[in-house]
Design a protein around this ligand. Structure first.
Ligand code: SF4
Length: 372
């Protein structure tokens, strides 16, 4: 049954849309300058206080952007949240500001996790994704330096990667890189065509299935693998646990072959979790101007923290209740895996403007539902 009717596990606050980078897949379509209308420091403190109204345990606060380091009050707000007993994670951009001193400040402030983006296992691929407009040279090498500094400063750091048509073939190399650097958590976002990512090509359903099975293989090699906007990987986990055979398509065979070439064929138990969140079911997102959404990739406004109670929005929104009850439309609504999975609500919306529609990345949405 669905997991999170009372409170989100993670509340994302997009503190600003300002960012020195201009990544091709940026959800926020971030720009160099801060926009008017951002929540003020005082409004940010009020938002943080309201998270306690969800009851115990309160959601983890994830400070994102844009680049949170563009806000001069970032550390004041972290102190406020930590003073209220909240866990705080930060997603900074790989900018000049992100140096050893900043990591030391994060550690001293009690930030529990940081994420760094890597979208290719080599500069040619990563820089193409991250360097589309502003011509920031060498962002791949800089990201690896930043990663090494964060690990030296004993930060808990995870790597976030976005998979799409242009870089999927790279993912065995990328996983090897992430693992060899000593990173323990790898979050893999399946592209949602929103923000600047609207111009990019997502995976075909058969390729998404192949990458899902590849992630299952990778998750048996000592790294916590967390797919994002790809809940169908939880269905794949169930299927592989019942029957480990998967012949797969050319992308899977190529990724798996490279994985075994690089890391050998010895494997352990999968680190994938059979349960997880969906937008609006364990996730809530507050935009720079206070607008509340079910998730950062699902632009269906629920209200605004300047006038609405976020607890009320989360618990009572008709859309969110339907997502949590899996009262979905189309194949996802009939699927026997819907309570484990439920499909990406953001991808459904990006394709059909219906957040309750089927997730078109899953091959089962084009085929008759199979027995669980
Ligand atoms: S049909 Fe929908 S609910 Fe079923 S596995 Fe695919 S995405 Fe998940």
């Amino acid at each position: 049954m669905p997991g999170f009717p009372e409170r989100p596990v993670l509340l994302f606050w997009e503190m600003t849309r300002a960012c020195p980078l201009s990544c091709a897949h940026c959800r926020a379509s971030a720009i160099p300058q801060r926009l008017p209308g951002e929540l003020t420091t005082e409004e940010g403190r009020t938002l943080i206080d309201r998270l306690l109204d969800f009851g115990r345990p309160p959601p983890t606060l994830v400070l994102t952007g844009g680049d949170p380091l563009e806000r001069p009050d970032l550390f004041d707000l972290i102190d406020h949240a930590r003073g209220r007993g909240l866990h705080v994670a930060v997603s900074p951009a790989v900018s000049e500001r992100l140096d050893a001193r900043t990591f030391a400040r994060f550690r001293e402030a009690g930030v529990s996790a940081l994420s760094i983006s890597l979208d290719g296992g080599r500069a040619a691929v990563h820089d193409r994704v991250h360097d589309r407009v502003r011509g920031v040279p060498g962002i791949f090498d800089r990201s690896l330096e930043v990663l090494a500094t964060a690990l030296r400063e004993e930060m808990r750091v995870q790597v976030n990667s976005t998979v799409m048509a242009g870089n999927a073939a790279e993912f065995a190399r990328l996983f090897d890189l992430v693992r060899s650097r000593g990173v323990r958590t790898w979050e893999v976002f399946f592209l949602i065509r929103t923000g600047r990512g609207s111009d990019l090509s997502e995976l075909a359903p058969s390729e998404a299935e192949d990458v899902g099975h590849f992630l299952y293989e990778a998750s048996r090699r000592g790294v916590l693998v967390r797919p994002v906007e790809a809940p169908f990987v939880r269905r794949i986990l169930r299927q592989r646990q019942a029957d480990d055979a998967y012949e797969g398509g050319p992308l899977y065979r190529s990724l798996r072959g490279e994985l075994e070439e690089r890391l050998g064929s010895g494997v352990g138990a999968s680190s994938l979790s059979p349960k997880g969140t969906l937008d609006g079911d364990g996730i809530l997102f507050v935009a720079y101007d206070g607008t509340v959404y079910p998730g950062g990739f699902l632009p269906e406004p629920l209200g605004n923290v300047r006038r609405d109670d976020p607890v009320d929005l989360y618990r009572r929104s008709e859309l969110l209740v339907r997502i949590r009850d899996r009262a979905l439309n189309g194949a996802c609504g009939r699927c026997p895996y819907r309570f484990d999975c439920g499909g990406s609500r953001a991808r459904a919306f990006a394709h059909s403007h219906d957040a309750l529609a089927s997730d078109p990345a899953c091959p089962l949405t084009a085929a008759p539902a199979v027995a669980a």
